[in-house]
Ligand binder design. Sequence first.
Ligand SMILES: NC(=O)c1ccc[n+]([C@@H]2O[C@H](COP(=O)([O-])OP(=O)(O)OC[C@H]3O[C@@H](n4cnc5c(N)ncnc54)[C@H](O)[C@@H]3O)[C@@H](O)[C@H]2O)c1
Length: 383
Amino acid sequence: MGDHVVGIAMNGVTGRMGYRQHLTRSVLAIRDAGGVLLPDGSRVIPEPVLVGRSEQKLREIAARHGIERWTTDLDAVLSDDSIEIYFDAQITHAREAAVRAAIAAGKHIYAEKPTAGTLDAALELAKLAQAAGVKNGVVQDKLFLPGLLKLRRLIDSGFFGTILSIRGEFGYWVFEGDWQEAQRPSWNYRAEEGGGIVLDMFPHWHYILEHLFAPVRSVTAHTATHIPDRWDEQGERYTATADDAAYGLFELEGGIVAQINSSWSVRVDRDELVEFQVDGTHGSAVAGLRECRVQHRSTTPKAVWDPDAVDPGQYRSQWDRVPDNEEFPNGFRAQWELFLKHVRADAPFPHDLLSGARGLQLAEAGLRSSQSGARVALDEITL
Ligand SMILES: NC(=O)c1ccc[n+]([C@@H]2O[C@H](COP(=O)([O-])OP(=O)(O)OC[C@H]3O[C@@H](n4cnc5c(N)ncnc54)[C@H](O)[C@@H]3O)[C@@H](O)[C@H]2O)c1
């Protein structure tokens, strides 16, 4: 069987995600490994064409990685028949227009989350992609991380019995930018540029809950802008217009309750930057990005509330580590491989633009809940 080279226009490769995760650790790593094996024994080999705004940055990246083609002209690359896939990791508010143009040009679409700035726009993109008959996908990388893959293994084994609740804790301190450089871009703190932790993280929480547990049926959230003044990449002081913390309560179909805190204004006292505790009738687990620990009902200690005595509990020592039992590739790369198989061999790919739109639905509902103080139900959205 002959191998197929697939041209991919990659927009946003000068950014944090576009460069490190998508270009170098995924597409170039797959290309350099000889491509992805398809069921018929042939291979699909991705060939990136870099797209962006800065000629100089693109030229530098292309030279560093031996990439032949790069351009600042999106329209030109979209009218090029050798390009089959358009990938977008631009700043969120630049995504919709570019994806729309790529669908109109008949390209398959793969995009970072959130797939657009609003639910209406995200749903419209999903509908346009379906009408155009192009394959489409959204990055849902956390599902491919070792900790969550181990959690999935536990769920599939029936370890938990009936799952009752999930508690997630995500966050770390993002420096304000005055006396120590901020480790996130300033647009993250500007609502008018697609910033805000709800828009950033609720799409992640949505696909984790949806794919591992059950569809989300309602949300109650409280958001805050705890740090109102920040300093940007040029050292200029600016006012944060977007939320930097969100305290969310999600009710899932079937009654599971999930509570997830997201904050860029907390200091870490956890083993990992995100951790989810899942409690079930037969066992509990705590999963992070890499590790997962469990406690079965048969080894659950009998905790007794007695504030007058020193607690002999040593609770954290009473959990067992879930072994790897397999090699875990980079999560972004694993999802890219699935998407390439989806494009070329029609392999199943549940991470489509409609799933991406449901992530936006949760983010918008969360913001609405915070504004109104009310619990917001999520109606099913369809194409
Ligand atoms: N999957 C994940 O875990 C994950 C993590 C972080 C960010 N993201 C998503 O990836 C996207 C990019 O985030 P990032 O952290 O890499 O951002 P970044 O600021 O590092 O990169 C943004 C990219 O967009 C380009 N761009 C296009 N128009 C722009 C404009 N008007 N202003 C500024 N930049 C512009 C930049 O040149 C750059 O290539 C966002 O949509 C974000 O939500 C996903």
